[in-house]
Design a protein around this ligand. Sequence first.
Ligand code: APR
Ligand code: PHB
Length: 389
Amino acid sequence: MRTQVAIIGGGPSGLLLSQLLHRKGIESVVLERKTKDYVLGRIRAGILETGFVDLMREAGVSDRMEKESFIHDGTVITYEDTQFGINFSELTGKHVVVYGQTEVTRDLYDAREAMDGKIVFNSENVGIHDADGDAPYVTYSVEGTEHRLDCDFIAGCDGFHGVSRQTIPLTVRKEYEKLYPFGWLGVLSETPPVHEELIYSGSDRGFALCSMRNENLSRYYIQCSLSDSPDDWTDAAFWEELKRRIPDEFADQLVTGDSIEKSIAPLRSFVTEPMRWGRLFLCGDAAHIVPPTGAKGLNTAASDIHYLYNGLRQFYEDGESEGIDRYSEKALARIWKAERFSWSTTNLLHRFPKQNAFDLKMQQADVNFLRDNREAQSVFAQNYVGLPY
Ligand code: APR
Ligand code: PHB
């Protein structure tokens, strides 16, 4: 089989790229290791920057999102007895959109299927060959049968545990990583959100986040130990702990209910450089991970797709390779800023095992500065709504 762009991974990065390319008449094939149900079963964050929303519009997949999403003009931050809001619209003229990543992925699958997009599920043993030459190809097997896909370019959209990044030789690849000594325990419940805006909360018992998907679907998180397992936490214990970490005015109003999903995610910052090797381009989680504190995971994937899509368009439409040649440089410039924001917001609001009394005073001073200083709030807001592409 032959295609123009072989896309490894059918998560949001791979699907969005495939859909955008299709609209410009550029062919692609998506190789996904799992089934569609498996991919759609993963619960991820739900805050979209307007840059991401624009890309979904450009991809022609924004109809349901326009109807079912919610605009958020600001967020609440609390830290022990300190509580304040940051008004994104006032400070930046922009907002964010609440729409779950699962829904984004579902809309992309629906669109690809409606257009007969080629997605090969259950693709095993994906191997990338000759990516540093002029005639790259990908091999894979489905139900024991080997296949070969020849292509012009390969997009490695296969997440943190994929094969694409590993294909780049260690003599070329440099990885930067920071592991945090805690995780987030997340609960999804069919209950009304405790507040109309998200609440990011630092407390002496650790971080908590009150988020949502819609009027009757809430998403809550608490910082937990890396040795915890979701089964260690009954629903009652989770609600009790969440209430202790948010201000009383919210705790008193919190509507609790059965969890419909409960999981723990470790927190990690990670970037690999470069994001291009010959005709292989890394996108999304395959190239970088952020801790979820700034909701940047999906949004950083989207900016990669923006740069790669435009580079490939330029190549096929104008025979110009400037866009793909500068892909890694442009993508990384934006990624490192999102890494910085996610890392600093994580540091601002979490409890770290080795923090001493001085460290805690510094954290409180950072929070107070953000509360009292409009420029600091503006910097936070610019980062939260998304830096320009
Ligand atoms: N072969 C084929 N597919 C693979 C392979 C492989 N060897 N390895 C992984 N995959 C698939 C996974 O099954 C998954 O569906 O690649 C997909 C990668 O999807 P994501 O992990 O969702 O990554 P990405 O599309 O870059 O999305 C980034 O989603 O994961 C979140 O936090 C992340 O919000 C961010 C966004
Ligand atoms: C979520 O709704 O899952 C969510 C929102 C904001 C974050 C992280 C996760 O910073």
